[in-house]
Design a protein around this ligand. Sequence first.
Ligand code: FAD
Length: 471
Amino acid sequence: TTAIVWFRRDLRLADHPALSAACAAHDLVLPLYIHAPEEEGDWRPGGASQWWLHHSLAALQAQLAERGVSLHIRQGDSLAVLRQLLAQTGATAVYWHRLYEPAAIARDRDIKAALREHGVQAQSFNAALWCEPWQIETKQQAPYRVFTPFWRSLRTELGNPQPLPVPSSLRGMEVAGGTPLEALGLLPRIPWDRGLGEAWRPGEQGAQELLEIFADDAIADYAQARDLPSRHGTSRLSPHLHFGEISPRQIHRQLADRVAATDARRRPDIEPYLRELGWREFAHHLLYHFPDTPTANFNPRFDGFHWAAQDDAWLERWQRGRTGIPLVDAGMRELWHTGWMHNRVRMIVASFLCKNLRQHWRHGARWFWDTLVDADLANNTLGWQWVAGSGADAAPYFRVFNPVTQAQKFDPQGQYLRRWLPELATAPPPLLHEPWKDAALLKRSGYPAPMVDLGATRVAALDAYRSMRGG
Ligand code: FAD
């Protein structure tokens, strides 16, 4: 018999329950990718994600080709494509992995029902998360809204993960009528993607390489170094996790093995890192249980918050890294150039947008959606609502990040600032953090004066918050 394995955001061969199940129960497998961005509702992949997707699919194609198997790519309505291929191949089963975005859940539910109605075995699996969002609940059988108890509960479930190997019995089938990858038009027409190509290697192998580098080096110092944007102190696995090129189970297993193989006196503590992966699980838990939060405030009290009117010129200065605040501009330029931004800097640029400029967090979330290679509806929603103060377990609204003191603390020598602000590269640290203190430096460098006064806008933000609470 033949099975279709419908690849979506699980672009790997190892620890792939759908592929393993298909290979175990069927003689032949048709690996399929369907390009149907319109089925993702308001959240079709942005430009940077499309770039990643193209290269990740190319990597998967190459990996399958090494095993003599082709990836069949199609465009169009997913159910129609599946029906056509079932008829064309005589396949009796379709296997896939679950997604957690509201549009994908609705589509997949319909497809599963439609296939089963016609006697096709349609089966979905979990490959992206340690635990399904509905498996973890409070004692009152409600979803969690606070991270720490969620994590405590999830941590006890992790156990000793045994990721699946690449199935050795994989035998593919050829089907006519596929679409070449290039025809999907995922790569930009104007080539703005050079920086992305320099920074990343999409695909399962690229993910494994990053994990190796992290496990060899940065994990030992993660709890401290993760806050320093000038260092490669984090794993940078976020885009690989988003596209399912590596699973949290695999990461956990490999790090645990590494710990076990290390001399007891030099064993790295992997708990702080696992906890960050726990935030990813929490974000998926929240998105699943509160599916309108990509655009609606998690905390309805924020519906009464007085945002400033949308200011396109301000938004553009923020997007382009021309605010005149060095750490904000460095972060926004890192994002534009590499499709990624350091977590601490994400918090600071988001705080500047929501609090100092009082532009709605949705504007920021949209820009990140289009420019991040790791743009992820669950994580991005959690991140923006956390900073805005409107989220579940969010930063208190009155905590306004000061981008100057943050830079002085986390980039004291200014290596990060200099990397992304070449026009200020020769300014020594005290001035590099506050270049407006030297009018001649601004003139000479062409670096803009601050677009707003940090102190005054902080006070205005706190006033707006107070009036929301009073109202
Ligand atoms: P590491 O420190 O190595 O962490 C390992 C993994 O844990 C990450 O790859 C990620 O999957 C997960 N993780 C870490 N921190 C968080 C977090 N705070 N929330 C959820 N998961 C986390 N992350 C995304 O993957 N996609 C997004 O679209 C996204 N948008 C964000 C927007 C804002 C405003 C903020 C403040 C944060 C956002 N994050 C997002 C979370 C975080 O910044 C990134 O996951 C992290 O910087 C990725 O780098 P890393 O892989 O080196 O992280």
